[in-house]
Write a protein that binds this ligand. Sequence first.
Ligand code: F6R
Length: 328
Amino acid sequence: MSLLDQYLLWPELLREGFSRGLEKRVDVRRAERILVCGMGGSGAAGDLALLVARIYGSRVSIDVVKDFSVGFETRDYDLALAVSYSGNTIETISCLSEALAGGVKAAVLSSGGLLREIAERRGLPWIPLRSGLKPRAALPAMLGAILGVLASTDCLRLSEEEVESATARLERVSVEEARAYAEAIAESSIVTIASTRDVSALAERWRSEIAENSKKVAKVEVYPESAHNDLNSWLFFKAPASFIVIEGWSEYSREALRIASRVFKQVGRTLQVSVEKSLAGVLETSLLAGYSTVLAAQALGLDPAATPAIDAYRGELEKLWRARRSGL
Ligand code: F6R
């Protein structure tokens, strides 16, 4: 299935992921602190779950770790969710092992792989994700499943109606809306995603989609902080640059972004994205990133699905990990 076709599945993936998370009845009743471990597209699901939890209100605090190690706080968590689409990401497996060694309860989200085997061996709840997709395109399946786990107890106030409405809204996002963003990405040597702090997780998602799908260098600037440093560089920048400005909900930060946008417009093409404060808004903005970056790759004659450097990194890391584990 083409990558574009995978993005077209988002409404279905969200509905399916949410109900799989809900049905699993992971025990988070008395939890106060939840850890989500995941890398790349799977880690992004954790970031966006945190953003959604902030929007709707959650009684648990959520930390997202994208590393080999959780760090010294491992024991403070009541539940660890290991999220890896493939189920074979070493960093995520390593964090899960550390959490289990620290006595933390855990659940696993994957389409299979080693994480599934570990879950079966250790008797952990395993939430299956639909297979055959690129992890980054499976975002709503993973986000939906995390939200389902949180909503199945009283951790998150997110209703099934809200999920249904997000599903309906995703169906209405058209590939055509993405054309101007795709052109901006394709024509520049660096793309800056400037956002307010409240939606910086969305800016990070755009950045990684541009890197993986469009194969372009992208950076994130978060305002107002970047007005005190990054902004200074632009008037001296000489290569073709584009700016995607993601507006969140904090009034003063939006003003800061508007002031910065006047500088961006002197340097290169500057396009706006406003995010509605809802699950639908978060996912619509993410889907726009998916469509735009696939179209940009097509315009550049590149395969949006190919990620050779990531694959090579993963292969080397896996070899190293297996050698160490077998005591070599
Ligand atoms: C590839 C992609 C990557 C992966 C990352 C972690 O489509 O999006 O960012 O998500 O390499 O792999 P998984 O998600 O399998 O744990």
